[in-house]
Design a protein around this ligand. Structure first.
Ligand code: ADP
Ligand code: ZN
Ligand code: ZN
Length: 739
C-alpha cells in the first residue's frame, strides 16, 4: 500500500508546509484539502490545514510523525476563501498556515467543529389536538400547546420564557406525546419575497448617477470609488445597491471601520431590510463569530457587516462588496499578518468576479490615483443630501500669538460668540491627556518613558504620567526627580487641559470631552451623543473619535487647535491624514439653515497643502499632495516594503539588517532586478520602544513585479540567517506607518 503523506499548513511563522503520516488505518480517500488535523509539533500540538495528500516526502520516513486526529468530515473552507488566503500569503510574504489562522474564526483555529450551534426546539406533535381529553382540565398545558401550534418551525429552548411557556407544562405535554423536542441547527428564516422593511429615499440626481453607474457593472468585477462629501448620502446609495443584490439572490459584504460600528450605522441596515444580517466585529464573541461565518458561508446570511477581518468571511452567493470610509487606517493590520483589508477586498472582488464600491468623503491618495488612471470608476457626490451647505474654512495664524492652554484669543472669541447665539462648538485636538509632557522649570528635566524614546503624557484626572506607546504609567512626581525642586509644569495641551480651560472660560455652558479616556466606559459615548442631540449650546472637545460616524447638526463652529503636526512630520503620509481628519471633522457640522465654520489654528498659515485644502477643498489638496508624491517617488508612484527588526541589545537589530541588506544587494545583481533601492538600515524614528531597540530597512521600487520577485527570494534567505534568530523581525509589504 502506498504511503499517505499529509502536507499541512501550520500556524507557524515558517513559510513552508509540514509533512505528517495519516493517522493509523486511514487512507488517502479519507482526506480532502482544507480539512483540519491535530498534529504534534515539537512538544506542543497544533491544528493544521491540509494542503495536499502525496505519497512522497523529503523527510525521512522514520522521522515522519503521524497526525493525531482528523477534525473535519469535509473541508470547512470553500475553495474561494482558500484561494484568497493563498494570494494573501504570497503577496504579504507570510506563512500560509499563519495566514489561514488569521483568516479563520478563532474557534475553527482552536479545533472546534465547523458546525452551527445546535439547539433544542419544542414543537407541537403533528397529531396533537387542543381538545385532547388529557388536557381538558389543564388550562396551562392547553395554553402552551396553543402557543406552540402557532410556531410551525418550533420554538427554540432559549425563547421559552419570552413566549411565557413554562417548562413544567411542556414536560407534561411531552410525556403525553402531544409535543416533541428536536435537537437541530437553528432554523434560518425563510428568504423574503419583500426585502424592504422600510421605504427607500428617492435618490437625488448625484446619488442616482452613482447608483446607476455601479448597478451597470453588476454581475462581474467592477471597481468604483464613491467620493461623496460627508452627508452626501453615500449610505443611502449603499443600501439601494444592497437591495439590488438581495433581489438578485446574492449576498453583500460591507466593511466598516471599527469606530463606526455605532448602533446608528447598524440600525440603518437592520431597519431597512427584512434580511438576515451577520455581524463580525470586536464586540461579537467567538461563538457568535463562528455562527455568523458559517451562516455567510452556507448562504444563510444575506448581508455580512464587519470590520477588517470580516473580509475573510466566505459567501455562498457573493454579489457585492462595499468598503465604507475606505481611507480609514484601521483597515491595515499592524501586527502578524500585515494585510490591508481594502486592498485584499479588491483582489477578492476580482477573484469572485463581483463589483466592489469604495466609499469615502476623503479618499486615500492610493485610491484616487487608481481612479485617475482608470482602474476604478470615479463617482463624485459633492452636494449634501439634506440640503446642508458646506462649511467655510479659515486659517488662523497663531505665530507669536499667546496660546492659553492651546487656545488663542481670536479662537476664544469665536467660541464665545457661537455659544451666545445658542449654537454648539466642536473643539478638535488629536492628543489625549492633559499635556504632552511635564517640565521642570528649574533644571529643564522632561518626563520621559523609561522604556521608550518618548515623553510621557500628563493625565491630571488620574494623577499619572503615561506613555502612549507602551502603556507604561507612574504617579505624577511631586518634585523634580533630577533637582528635587517643585516647579514642575505641564507643557502643551491635550484634550483634558482644553476641557478644563474651556470650562473656566465658559462656565455657563457644558463642556463634554470625547476621547479614549472619557469613553472607555460602556454607554458613555451613547449618553454623550444623547446630550448633544438635545441641541443646547455646549462645547465638545475631542480627538479623532469625533471625526467618525456621527453627525452633529447643531454644531456651527469647528475649532481645530493644531494642524501643524501633520505638516511638520517626517512621515510622508502625515499631511494626508491631517487633511482627512480636518475634512471629516468639518463634515460633521452644520445643517441647511446654518452652515458651519471651521477655524484652523496653525503656525504655517501659508503652507501650500493647507492653503489648497482650506480654499479649494480636499480634491485640490489631494492633487497637490499626489504631485508631491510623484516628484519624491513615493506611493502610489512607488511600491514599498519595510523590513523591521527589534532586539533587547542596541546594535543587534542593525546587525541583522546590515546582513539582510547585503543579501538583498546580491539578489538584485543575480536576479538582474532594476529600479529597486534599499534605504537603510536606519534606527526607527522612535528607536527604543517598550524596552526594545528598533531599526528598519526600506525597499523602494518603481514597479511591483520586480519588488515581489526580490522579496520572495530574499525572505527565504532571511529565514536561514543566524543573526535573525536573535532579533524579532518582520516584513511589511505596502507599509502604512514607517516607524
Ligand atoms: P453619508 O453616508 O454620505 O455621510 P448619509 O447617507 O448618512 O450620508 O446621508 C446624510 C443624511 O442625508 C441622512 O440623514 C440621510 O437620511 C439623508 N439623505 C440621504 N439621501 C437622501 C435623499 N435622497 N433624500 C433625502 N435625504 C437623504
Ligand atoms: Zn528639576
Ligand atoms: Zn513607553
Amino acid at each position: 500500500m502506498p504511503d499517505v503523506i499529509l502536507r499541512l499548513a501550520l500556524p507557524s511563522p515558517l513559510r513552508r508546509l509540514f509533512d505528517y503520516r495519516a493517522p493509523l488505518g486511514m487512507t488517502a480517500a479519507d482526506f480532502a484539502p482544507g480539512m483540519r488535523l491535530r498534529v504534534p509539533f515539537g512538544r506542543r500540538e497544533m491544528i493544521g490545514v491540509l494542503i495536499e495528500v502525496t505519497e512522497h516526502s523529503e523527510v525521512p520516513a522514520a522521522k515522519l510523525k503521524p497526525a493525531l486526529a482528523l477534525l473535519d468530515p469535509v473541508s470547512p473552507l470553500p475553495p474561494s476563501l482558500f484561494k484568497l488566503c493563498l494570494w494573501t500569503a504570497q503577496y504579504y510574504q507570510h506563512s500560509l498556515g499563519d495566514t489561514l489562522s488569521w483568516a479563520l474564526p478563532v474557534l475553527l483555529r482552536q479545533g472546534d467543529p465547523a458546525e452551527a450551534r445546535q439547539e433544542r426546539f419544542w414543537q407541537a406533535a403533528a397529531d396533537a389536538r387542543l381538545d385532547d381529553p388529557r388536557i381538558a382540565r389543564a388550562p396551562k398545558q392547553r395554553e402552551a400547546l396553543t402557543t406552540l401550534a402557532q410556531h410551525p418551525h418550533g420554538v427554540a429552548h432559549a425563547l421559552l420564557s419570552k413566549l411565557q411557556l413554562s417548562k413544567d407544562s411542556l414536560d407534561m405535554l411531552l410525556a403525553k406525546g402531544l409535543v416533541t423536542v428536536e435537537v437541530r441547527r437553528h432554523h434560518p428564516e425563510a428568504r423574503h419575497q419583500r426585502w424592504l422593511a422600510q421605504p427607500e429615499l428617492p435618490l437625488n440626481p448625484e446619488q442616482s448617477a452613482a447608483f446607476q453607474a455601479v448597478r451597470a457593472g453588476f454581475g462581474s468585477y467592477h471597481a468604483s470609488l464613491l467620493a461623496g462629501v460627508t452627508g452626501s448620502g453615500k449610505t443611502e446609495v449603499y443600501l439601494q445597491l444592497i437591495r439590488e443584490t438581495l433581489e438578485a439572490g446574492k449576498q453583500a459584504l460591507v466593511l466598516i471601520p471599527e469606530i463606526n460600528l455605532g448602533p446608528q450605522t447598524l440600525a440603518r441596515f437592520e431597519q431597512r431590510f427584512n434580511a438576515r444580517i451577520a455581524l463580525l466585529h470586536s464586540a461579537v464573541n467567538d461563538r457568535e463569530r463562528l455562527d455568523a461565518w458559517l451562516a455567510a458561508r452556507d448562504g444563510e446570511a444575506d448581508i455580512i457587516i464587519g470590520t477588517r477581518s470580516a473580509l475573510f468571511t466566505p459567501m455562498k452567493h457573493p454579489g457585492l462588496i462595499i468598503i465604507d470610509e475606505e481611507h480609514d487606517g484601521s483597515y491595515k493590520q499592524q501586527e502578524g499578518l500585515r494585510y490591508h483589508a481594502r486592498d485584499l477586498a479588491l483582489v477578492r472582488a476580482h477573484q469572485e468576479n463581483i463589483p466592489i464600491v469604495l466609499g469615502s468623503a476623503t479618499p486615500s491618495l492610493e485610491s484616487l490615483h487608481n481612479a485617475y488612471i482608470g482602474r476604478y470608476a470615479l463617482l463624485r457626490m459633492d452636494q449634501r443630501a439634506g440640503g446642508a451647505k458646506p462649511p467655510k474654512f479659515m486659517r488662523l495664524d497663531v505665530k507669536s500669538r499667546p496660546l492659553d492652554s492651546g487656545i488663542s484669543g481670536p479662537m476664544q472669541q469665536a467660541i464665545g460668540q457661537t455659544l451666545e447665539r445658542g449654537q454648539q462648538v466642536l473643539v478638535f485636538l488629536n492628543r489625549r491627556g492633559f499635556a504632552p509632557t511635564l517640565l521642570c522649570h528649574d533644571c529643564g528635566w522632561l518626563s520621559e518613558c523609561p522604556r521608550c524614546d518618548a515623553r510621557t503624557t500628563v493625565h491630571q484626572r488620574s494623577g499619572e504620567l503615561r506613555c502612549h506607546h507602551c502603556g507604561y504609567a507612574e504617579r505624577v512626581p511631586r518634585k523634580c526627580p533630577q533637582c528635587g525642586r517643585v516647579d514642575l509644569r505641564p507643557v502643551g495641551a491635550g484634550t483634558e487641559r482644553a476641557e478644563e480651560r474651556l470650562s473656566i472660560l465658559f462656565p455657563d455652558y457644558p463642556v463634554l470631552r470625547v476621547d479614549r479616556d472619557s469613553t472607555s466606559r460602556k454607554d458613555a459615548m451613547a449618553q454623550l451623543f444623547a446630550t448633544i442631540q438635545k441641541g443646547q449650546p455646549c462645547i465638545l472637545v475631542g480627538t479623532q473619535m469625533l471625526a467618525k460616524g456621527h453627525h452633529f447638526p447643531r454644531v456651527t463652529l469647528v475649532s481645530i487647535l493644531d494642524a501643524d503636526g501633520g505638516l511638520f512630520s517626517g512621515d510622508f503620509r502625515a499631511s494626508e491624514r491631517m487633511a482627512q481628519l480636518i475634512v471629516q471633522v468639518a463634515g460633521r457640522a452644520g445643517r441647511a439653515e446654518e452652515p458651519g465654520r471651521v477655524i484652523i489654528q496653525t503656525h504655517l498659515a501659508e503652507h501650500p497643502l493647507l492653503v489648497q485644502l482650506t480654499e479649494q477643498g480636499y480634491f485640490a489638496f489631494a492633487d497637490q499632495a499626489l504631485s508631491e508624491r510623484r516628484a519624491a517617488g513615493l506611493p502610489p508612484f512607488a511600491h514599498l516594503a519595510l523590513l523591521r527588526a527589534e532586539a533587547h541589545k542596541p546594535g543587534q537589530a542593525e546587525g541583522f539588517l546590515d546582513e539582510a541588506c547585503s543579501a538583498a544587494e546580491q539578489l538584485l545583481g543575480s536576479l538582474q532586478l532594476h529600479a529597486i533601492e534599499l534605504l537603510g538600515p536606519v534606527p526607527a524614528p522612535m528607536e527604543r520602544r517598550a524596552g526594545r531597540f528598533r531599526a528598519q530597512l526600506l525597499v523602494q521600487a518603481s514597479a511591483r513585479a520586480p519588488l515581489h520577485k526580490l522579496l520572495s527570494h530574499w525572505m527565504l534567505q532571511l529565514e536561514q540567517m543566524p543573526s535573525g534568530r536573535q532579533v524579532r523581525w518582520s516584513l511589511d509589504v505596502d507599509p502604512v506607518d514607517l516607524y
